[in-house]
Design a protein around this ligand. Structure first.
Ligand code: PEP
Length: 245
């Protein structure tokens, strides 16, 4: 039986005060899913402290980005070992905003994936197609090649215990959600692509998930949770998604 995971991606939002208020308001009673919070880098230690007060066993800290390198003269970068030092368990890699706005190639994403695993952390590997690619019936081909870039560098063993987030680019922050059937088709494809490791892998859906649409997505057999952007900034809304998982 796979455990469900709901991960909050705060993106470049929040403040010290916001974090305090958010966790004061957060009520995870009745939640059985694992829950992760990925705040901006400066708030990792603030959120790490606040997580100690959350009365839920399965809460963890995550980061939104990482360097593919270990250490050295790389101004502005943060290594996976540093994130581990702050008790992070997860690191988002390959988010579409990093691919499109910061030019991260699938090869760079693969190197980040490897760096995170080598540090003993778990990448949340984001994959997904643009609207243009979906309309050209290329969604599965694009996602397949994003996955291949990782296994070409790291070998097929890299999927052991993996967390992959299917995030259709056209659904991120747009209010448009993939239908449960559209999402299920891609999740099933990803699970098969991961081979023997697929059965245990957690495959999350991301793209305008809200408490109102979460249950129908989570009812799909291959959807094991969610990566949540906008709705993760509202403690009540986010708890509602976690409760549906
Ligand atoms: C995301 O950025 O990972 C995301 C899914 O955003 P949103 O929930 O706002 O669509």
């Amino acid at each position: 039986m796979r455990k469900t995971l709901v991960a909050a991606n705060w993106k470049m939002n929040g403040s010290r005060e916001f974090a305090g208020e958010f966790f004061k308001a957060l009520d995870l009673s009745g939640v059985s899913a694992d829950v992760a919070f990925c705040p901006p880098f400066p708030y990792l230690s603030v959120v790490a402290d606040l997580l100690k007060q959350v009365g839920h066993q399965g809460v963890a800290l995550g980061a939104q980005n990482v360097s593919e390198r270990d250490a050295g003269a790389f101004t502005g970068e943060v290594s996976a070992a540093m994130l581990k030092d702050f008790d992070a368990r997860y690191v988002i890699v390959g988010h579409s905003e990093r691919r499109s706005l910061y030019g991260e190639s699938s090869e760079l994403v693969a190197r980040k994936y490897v760096a995170v695993r080598q540090a003993g952390l778990m990448p949340i590997l984001c994959v997904g197609e643009t609207l243009e690619e979906r309309e050209a019936s290329r969604a599965l081909e694009v996602i397949g090649s994003q996955l291949n870039a990782v296994s070409e560098l790291a070998g097929e063993d890299c999927w052991h215990g993996a967390v992959v987030a299917y995030e259709p680019v056209w659904a991120i922050g747009t209010g448009k959600t993939a239908t449960p059937e559209q999402a299920q088709e891609v999740h099933e494809f990803i699970r098969k692509r991961l081979g023997a490791a697929g059965e245990q892998a957690q495959i999350l859906y991301g793209g305008s998930v809200k408490s109102a649409n979460a249950a129908s997505l989570f009812a799909q057999p291959d959807i094991d949770g969610a990566l949540v952007g906008g709705a993760s900034l509202d403690a009540g809304e986010f708890a509602g998604i976690c409760r549906a998982a």
